[in-house]
Design a binder for this molecule. Structure first.
Ligand SMILES: [Zn+2]
Length: 322
């Protein structure tokens, strides 16, 4: 029996005192599943990609953890890290937007609610955007919009598939119209990407709502979702009050959306990387993918990714570390 097993068994047979438990949760040694309440050793939970092994609940993961889960080690290259938000409207609610921003920047170590970059996913080059719900609820302001837009444009220019992990409460009201216009801006960039016959896959995680759902979250070639994720535009209460109708209990869940065709597949997090790799490989083999040449009526199947610069860089890193 490993020391960890022994510790886990001891944990089961002799429940720790409330105080000690709270202290260890605060230290990050143990994590409590918010769905079933079972305590799990944080390292075990991380090894299972933050999915509870008792009840299969998908706990929230931040953008750093998500990048570790999806991108091959040492191949991640962040893009546009220097872009940071300003307060164009001098907005103030209970707190000045300026102060709110610097609080979240300190708390998360991020400049805003998205990380973008390139890397290898099971050896396949991708452009990846990962929203971070910890930063003002993953709300989409000018920086989120600009970084995603530049990521997609980079993907178009370099012939890369784009994957965006969505997690958002919607548009960022503190930036007013400037935040709303990001929806159209990102959708426009995606259209250029699409015209080059490149692949775009949004992954909807809990929660994906508001302006994100109303734009790039729903514009994918394949739309994937995590189990039980809340996905919607307006909140349940707003819709019920507007329609004066009671909505079904599972309304706005990934499963409900799958049933009605808004989502193409629900993929458990532990299978996400393999699924994305499979979809990207299949797309590269398809005759419509860029780089395929018709020779008479014969189609040559080949990988369309000429070793462009990013790919070469990433491969070089891999070779150096081998
Ligand atoms: Zn659980």
């Amino acid at each position: 029996m490993s020391l960890f097993d022994w510790f886990a068994n001891r944990q089961k047979s002799e429940p720790v005192t409330q105080k000690r438990q709270e202290r260890e949760i605060a230290d990050g040694l143990w994590s409590k599943c918010e769905a079933c309440g079972v305590l799990a050793y944080t390292k075990d939970l991380q090894a299972n990609q933050m999915v509870c092994s008792e009840c299969n609940h998908h706990l929230r993961v931040d953008s750093d953890e998500r990048i570790r889960q999806l991108i091959d080690a040492k191949t991640w290259k962040p893009l546009n890290e220097e872009i940071s938000p300003i307060d164009p409207l001098s907005f103030k609610d209970r707190k000045a937007y300026k102060d709110r921003l610097s609080d979240y920047q300190q708390k998360t170590g991020l400049t805003d609610a998205v990380q973008t970059g390139t890397g290898l996913l099971d050896g396949l080059p991708v452009a990846l955007g990962v929203m971070d719900f910890r930063f003002m609820g993953g709300s989409m302001g000018s920086v989120v919009g600009e970084k995603l837009c530049r990521l997609i444009e980079y993907g178009t220019q370099e012939g890369l598939p784009v994957v965006i992990i969505c997690a958002s409460g919607g548009a960022r009201m503190q930036e007013g119209m400037l935040s709303l216009m990001q929806m159209a801006k990102i959708s426009g960039a995606l259209e250029h990407h699409r015209r080059e016959k490149l692949l775009y896959i949004p992954v909807l995680t809990h929660p994906t709502t508001g302006g994100v759902t109303a734009s790039f979250a729903m514009l994918g070639d394949f739309i994937l979702a995590e189990p039980k994720a809340t996905i919607g535009f307006a909140g349940r209460r707003v819709i019920e009050q507007t329609l004066r109708e009671k909505l079904p209990d599972d309304f706005q869940s990934a499963e409900y959306l799958l049933k009605y065709g808004f989502v193409d597949a629900i993929v458990p997090r532990t299978q996400l990387k393999a699924t994305l790799a499979q979809l990207i490989s299949l797309h590269q083999l398809s005759p419509i993918a860029p780089g395929h040449h018709h020779n008479g009526d014969r189609v040559h199947y080949q990988h369309h990714n000429e070793p462009k610069k990013i790919h070469r860089d990433a491969m070089q890193v891999l070779e150096e570390t081998d």
